[in-house]
Write a protein that binds this ligand. Structure first.
Ligand code: AMP
Length: 231
């Protein structure tokens, strides 16, 4: 059983590296932002509560986030473990988490804010499978379409200059200090995500003592689609 938390500012590559870790380790990526995006896209009651908050780059209230995470983890579809992306994000969430779950490690992805801005503004996301795509690193084979599933690529509603400024400020104010709590209790690794993706993934695995990534057929979809209907 392997249970990890992955943290970093938006655009640091959390979604990508969670999916890559999950791809051959049989662990489930649980991407909290994807769960809420699913709700917004599917016009659920939760979606209507969080849409504006997300678009403005603010954090959703702790009670709601904790109950979504609790019910997602209660699905127990993660026999071999999970990698949790986007939670916890402040001290209260971290306390809730360490009280209720054991984890094997916290992966902190580090990237300077100036680089984040460049990445986030050139990022697209697939409306169907949630795969993030960086137009800096690659162009989709068919413009505007996801290489994995053919879904439409869109801008995330919160990938704007204004929302990004709020999200960066919130991260440094609330999430950075929370790391101290983890450092005292859990195994924390920090990886610079400026090198190419494969090098970053290799470094994460090496620091966690995991086997190297198996070579994937580029046609294989990266797992981790937001299977979040029950969340
Ligand atoms: P992300 O894709 O992780 O950047 O999350 C997108 C948005 O979802 C965030 O900007 C928040 O509005 C909301 N969100 C995701 N995770 C959390 C969390 N742990 N606490 C509060 N809000 C969250």
């Amino acid at each position: 059983m392997r249970k990890y938390v992955i943290m970093g500012v938006q655009g640091s590559g959390k979604g990508t590296h969670s999916r890559l870790l999950a791809a051959d380790l049989d662990i489930v990526p649980i991407i909290v932002g994807d769960i809420f995006r699913w709700h917004v896209q599917n016009h659920t009651k939760t979606g209507s509560l969080v849409r504006r908050i997300m678009a403005d780059g603010e954090l959703i209230g702790d009670d709601l986030v904790e109950s979504v995470v609790r019910s997602r983890l209660a699905e127990h579809d993660w026999n071999f473990g999970f990698v949790l992306d986007g939670f916890p994000r402040n001290r209260r969430q971290a306390e809730f988490f360490v009280e209720n779950y054991d984890i094997d490690g916290v992966i902190v992805l580090h990237v300077p804010d100036s680089e984040v801005r460049r990445r986030v503004l050139s990022r697209r996301i697939c409306v169907e499978c949630g795969t993030p795509i960086s137009l800096i690193e690659s162009r989709p084979a068919v413009p505007g379409q996801c290489d994995s599933c053919g879904g439409k690529l869109i801008h995330r509603e919160d990938d704007t200059e204004e929302a990004l400024a709020v999200r960066l400020r919130t991260y440094h104010e609330k999430t950075d200090p929370m790391l101290e709590l983890f450092r005292r209790k859990e195994y924390v690794i920090t990886v610079d995500t400026r090198p190419p993706q494969e090098m970053v993934q290799a470094e994460i695995r090496q620091q966690l003592g995991l086997p190297p990534q198996k070579t994937r057929d580029p046609q294989d979809p990266v797992p981790g689609t937001p299977e979040t209907g029950g969340a």
